[in-house]
Design a protein around this ligand. Structure first.
Ligand SMILES: C[S@@+](CC[C@H](N)C(=O)[O-])C[C@H]1O[C@@H](n2cnc3c(N)ncnc32)[C@H](O)[C@@H]1O
Length: 186
């Protein structure tokens, strides 16, 4: 059987709905058209479910996905592959090993990645974490780029969005399930 990125998305542990994966895939393609960077950043990898959706779009258009997680809460002390290894294997299974770079670390530790076409924020879901993740990377997002958030119905994420929309030039451009996506003003 030829396993597609969408098959792998469905097989991979995680709470993201199929419609949300499809939206992320489309947003990544749109972000590529609107910007020149060619790099997308994901905060919160877990087992690579959403990274399959975004990474597959990146591969289609020659972009790169960088995904960051510390897996502090999801690695069990028992023997067996770590969550990082599982994520990397899931991505490799659908030919995304060369397209997606998995980084183990804190999402709020800034790294020099160059300009970003899109940021997907799905790490800590309390208000302070969402704002800190956004503000760590906002300066790297190119004008016209996309910033998308998962679990927008969660109280912490919803409160963070009210705050961020009041203070930053971002406009709502798409939503599906619990994802809301915003474009940085040109
Ligand atoms: C909801 S899960 C991500 C789900 C993933 N996007 C998917 O589609 O399956 C959130 C992840 O963020 C990670 N995380 C939370 N806070 C973090 C932080 N400050 N730095 C790095 N990773 C963090 C957790 O380890 C967890 O794996």
């Amino acid at each position: 059987m030829n396993v597609t990125w969408f098959d792998k998305f469905l097989m991979t542990e995680g709470r993201m709905a199929p419609i949300e994966g499809a939206l992320l895939h489309a947003l990544a393609l749109a972000a590529c058209r609107n910007t020149s960077s060619g790099v997308i950043l994901e905060l919160g990898t877990f087992r690579g479910r959403s990274a399959c959706a975004i990474g597959a779009a990146c591969k289609l258009v020659g972009m790169r996905l960088i995904t960051i997680d510390n897996w502090c809460q999801s690695n069990s002390p028992s023997v067996g592959p770590s969550s990082r290894e599982i994520a990397e294997r899931n991505l490799a299974d659908v030919g995304l090993a060369d397209t997606v770079t998995v980084i183990e670390g804190n999402t709020r530790e800034h790294r020099l990645l160059g300009g970003l076409s899109m940021i997907f924020i799905d790490a800590g879901h309390d208000k302070g974490s969402v704002i800190a993740d956004f503000e760590t990377w906002w300066g790297d997002l190119q004008r016209g780029g996309i910033v998308a958030f998962h679990d927008c119905g969660a109280p912490g994420v919803a409160a963070a969005l009210v705050d961020l929309r009041a203070r930053y030039p971002i406009g709502l451009v798409a939503m599906a399930g619990a994802i809301q996506a915003f474009q940085k003003a040109h």
